[in-house]
Design a protein around this ligand. Structure first.
Ligand code: FAD
Ligand code: FES
Length: 278
């Protein structure tokens, strides 16, 4: 944890890797070696990235807490700040404050089956879960990685899925709403494939991120398969400003996503999902 919550600290780009069109990973380190040494975070937490003179955005941390001296952010270019961040090169500087928020329940998931569900173009918050479990494989039971995309061409990181597929006790389930002949995965909604996953409902944790509709449907489906609402976890996204529970920009019902989330259990927020304007 960095000492002053609202003050950005200078970090340096070590590498900017293009993952797919419009998606890139910034590998960073603080320019102050002592700060870098003391910096620690949990999977699912986020940093505020400040592109000097342009603006500041919340971005999840995808690297593993054991990765010393460096931390990674995988970012989709959608607007002014993310566009500017995509142009940074090795040696360029930016401001970082964080880590913020409540991350994934990795301690509670120990000794359990894990189901990771994501939708859309490369969902960064669950990458940190998959990295965490594969790095500590003996501490968790079966790992199910479920990825849904609209079109086959939206699937990024095919190489990573191929590597995870060869891990022990791991299932990879990928489906595209539409795909041409030759697509090696499933076609149709990923929700239709949940019955084929490997998990014991009484001993399972679901972690999901992506479009709210998909997360809600995934939680409902897991509930019908016998998993309790308090073992279903979602990572929420809201526009943010302060990131420390002061400005109200990220209000979600009675909670602030920056302070009380971004990871919530379905038991906490299930009743709010799908209600416009909450
Ligand atoms: C906790 C958290 C973690 C996040 N992690 C990641 C991540 O790991 N990788 C990543 O690429 N993005 C992540 N985001 C989303 C990212 O913060 C936004 O894409 C970014 O703020 C857009 O800024 P911009 O200036 O580039 O775009 P803007 O010009 O501000 O906006 C461009 C478009 O994106 C929409 N938008 C802006 N901010 C958000 C937001 N927070 N949620 C949904 N839509 C938004 C706007 O409504 C607009 O349509 C995260 C958001 C939150 C709240
Ligand atoms: S961003 Fe200010 S309260 Fe959450």
């Amino acid at each position: 944890m960095i000492p002053t919550a609202l003050q950005p600290y200078e970090a340096e780009v070590v590498e900017n890797t293009v993952e797919a069109e419009g998606i890139f990973t910034l590998r960073l380190r603080f320019t102050d070696a002592d700060l870098q040494r003391r910096y620690s975070f949990q999977p699912g937490q986020f940093n505020m990235l400040y592109l000097f003179g342009v603006g500041e955005v919340p971005i999840s941390i995808v690297s593993d807490p054991l990765d010393e001296h460096l931390f990674d952010h995988t970012i989709r270019t959608v607007g002014r700040v993310t566009e500017g961040l995509s142009r940074l090169r090795a040696g360029d500087r930016l401001g970082i404050r964080g880590p913020y928020g409540r991350g994934w329940p990795m301690q509670a998931a120990r000794g359990k089956d894990v189901v990771v569900v994501s939708g859309g173009l490369g969902c960064a918050p669950v990458m940190s879960v998959i990295n965490y479990v594969t790095r500590r494989r003996g501490e968790f039971r079966h790992l199910n990685v479920v990825q849904g995309v609209k079109a086959a061409c939206d699937l990024i990181w095919p190489d990573k899925y191929a590597v995870w597929q060869n891990q022990p006790d791991t299932s990879i389930v990928i489906s595209a709403d539409s795909a041409d002949a030759g697509w090696p995965h499933h076609t149709g909604s990923v929700l239709n494939l949940f019955d084929s996953l490997t998990f014991d409902p009484a001993n399972t944790v679901l972690m999901t991120c992506g479009p709210e509709g998909l997360m809600r449907a995934a939680c409902q489906k897991m509930q019908t398969l016998g998993v309790a609402a308090e073992n279903l976890w979602l990572s929420m996204e809201r526009n943010m400003h302060c990131a420390v529970g002061q400005c109200g920009h990220c209000q979600f019902g009675g909670a602030f996503v920056c302070r009380d989330g971004p990871v919530f259990s379905y038991a906490e927020i299930g009743h709010l999902l799908g209600n416009k304007g909450v």
